[in-house]
Design a protein around this ligand. Structure first.
Ligand SMILES: Nc1ncnc2c1ncn2[C@@H]1O[C@H](COP(=O)(O)OP(=O)(O)O)[C@@H](O)[C@H]1O
Ligand SMILES: [Mg+2]
Length: 515
């Protein structure tokens, strides 16, 4: 017999409690990484928020203030829509709450835990609330201190004030302790530099803890196309997702739920599904159980659906990425490859784009020439969990030697993965799961770009060798001219001039440029 005594300590926990205990799952592990994660959460949100508006180009202000040892204040301000009073608590103080979770749309945020996670990290390391200042329209500004009631997974707003002013958008100020500001590969500076590269329409002003201001101007002046909201494709959906969609559906019957809530399910396809499953598709979607959902998912795999539409994806774009690379890296050579959209797991559309930049500021910024690989998903830089990411694995699988790339080649490899649903490893969203289809696409893009770079580098090497040869010839011209003049009795000056013109002609392919 079970002993009820043993279960006396049985308790329910809120999502907030869970993530408070497991904050490493949200990226709060390691002092440098934690600071970068706070910035990442606020910055991705602001770009998403501004893009929701019509005709508004994002402009961001980020400041890291040093308040003491391992103690900083992170300030992020945007020119977005602002957050209505009633939603501030839910947006910043409640886990798994947001406007993006139920959408099947290409956005930076997905689960609705980012902002609240950052607020909570500040709260548990400093005991202080996060200050939120946000416009309410009509020149009204609301300011408040927001803290999270962890047990209830709810926000509390204190010191609420409203006043009038010019501001449009949202400003967040979070104090954090136990973190470290450092330049380098995992720090805030690098995160922001990469954010600007993948978002050439963003204007960013950054003030670092030493008070130095960096202004990143826009490389392009127009907005990227807006991603469209899509419906999921039956192939690629998991049993769990399917049940979730079914519970939320407004349709009366499973049959109409499949037709309305999924893409590429026609009446004919629904009939085909009905013929293959053991239960009646006329029942209510809410009555679908796990076994039936599993049967449906297995059946989807046997049916020949049209591929998912791909016009819902908005990559950075070849021209825009070129401009961004030019503006930020000033390379000697660059090439951008955008692949055609493909689908992974049968039904989730994605597109891969790759840029290679050589010379100039490309390669690592630490003064030494090196290869640096920059990973992005939906234009968000991925700085951590490098080893387990599909992008790293694809980069490593390419034989760079073939393209004349060596370890000390000053090369930046930029890969952006765009999808409506990015298969992240873990809730922290730092690495892309290594699905075969994804790795293959990235690899193909890298190889195509690699060939172009290889041609350039090989051409450059050849030119250098020819230049050397030309110089050798030139060195011997005066001596040769003198000897020839002695032997033939002709004018030395004339012979010299003639020899010079012969050399010039023989090496006309490498031009005049001597360095
Ligand atoms: N700067 C901002 N301006 C307007 N709305 C915002 C801003 N930051 C966050 N939000 C709102 O708060 C919600 C929760 O954000 P977050 O917890 O990061 O989840 P997610 O980004 O995954 O949706 C967002 O979905 C959005 O509706
Ligand atoms: Mg977010």
């Amino acid at each position: 017999m079970p002993d009820p005594e043993q279960f006396q300590e049985f308790q329910e926990h809120s999502v907030a409690e869970f993530f408070k205990k497991n904050r490493q799952m949200l990226g709060y592990s390691g002092k440098i990484k934690s600071l970068t994660t706070v910035v990442h959460e606020y910055v991705t949100n602001l770009i998403d928020a501004v893009e929701e508006e019509e005709d508004n180009l994002p402009e961001a202000f980020v400041k890291i203030e040093e308040l003491g040892p391992e103690h900083y204040k992170v300030i992020v301000e945007d020119n977005g829509p602002g957050i209505p009073e009633d939603y501030i608590g839910r947006a910043f103080g409640q886990m798994l709450a947001g406007t993006k979770f139920h959408r099947f749309m290409q956005q930076r945020g997905q689960q609705g835990i980012g902002a609240a996670g950052a607020v909570m990290f500040g709260q548990v390391t400093t005991g202080k609330p996060t200050k939120v200042i946000t416009s309410q329209g009509d020149g009204e500004i609301l300011e408040c201190d927001l803290s999270i009631d962890v047990q209830e997974n709810k926000a509390t707003l204190d010191n609420k004030k409203t006043y009038s002013g010019e501001m449009k958008g949202t400003r967040i100020e979070t104090e954090v302790k136990n973190v470290l500001y450092q330049k380098g590969r995992y720090g805030v500076d690098e995160y922001l530099r990469r954010t600007v590269l993948a978002n050439p329409h963003l204007k960013l002003t950054y003030v670092d803890p030493e008070g130095k201001t960096i202004v990143y101007d826009r490389a392009v002046q127009d907005l990227p196309p807006k991603p469209k909201e899509a419906k999921p494709h039956p192939q690629g959906v998991t049993v769990d997702d399917l049940l979730g969609y079914a519970m939320q559906s407004n349709s009366q019957k499973i049959k109409s739920f499949l037709k309305n809530d999924f893409t590429r399910v026609s009446g004919k396809k629904a009939k085909e599904i009905q013929e293959k499953v053991s239960f009646d598709l006329n029942k209510r979607p809410g009555d679908l159980n796990w076994d039936e959902a599993e049967e449906l998912v297995n059946t989807f795999d046997e049916i020949d659906f049209m591929r998912p539409p791909t016009d819902v994806l908005v990559p950075i774009g070849e021209e825009r990425l070129k401009k961004a690379v030019e503006e930020q890296l000033e390379p000697e050579f660059k090439t951008v490859i955008e692949r055609k959209p493909k689908a992974y797991r049968g039904g989730v559309p994605f597109v891969v784009e790759v840029a290679l930049a050589y010379g100039g500021k490309a390669g690592n910024d630490n003064g030494e020439d090196e290869i640096e690989a920059m990973r992005f998903s939906n234009r968000v830089p991925l700085l951590f969990n490098k080893g387990s990411c599909a992008i790293t694995k694809s980069v490593d699988s390419v034989d760079w030697d073939r393209y004349a790339v060596k370890e000390n080649t000053p090369l930046t490899i930029l890969v952006n993965f765009t999808s409506i649903h990015v298969p992240y490893i873990g809730a922290g969203k730092k690495a892309i799961a290594d699905e075969e289809e994804i790795k293959k696409e990235i690899r193909l893009a890298l190889m195509k770009a690699g060939r172009k770079l290889g041609n350039y580098l090989k051409g450059k090497r050849k030119k250098k060798q020819r230049l050397q040869k030309k110089k050798t010839f030139e060195t011997y011209i005066p001596e040769t001219a003198k000897s020839l003049a002695d032997i033939t009795g002709k004018d030395e000056e004339e012979i010299r001039k003639h020899l010079e013109s012969v050399v010039k002609q023989r090496f006309s392919d490498i031009g005049e440029d001597e360095d």
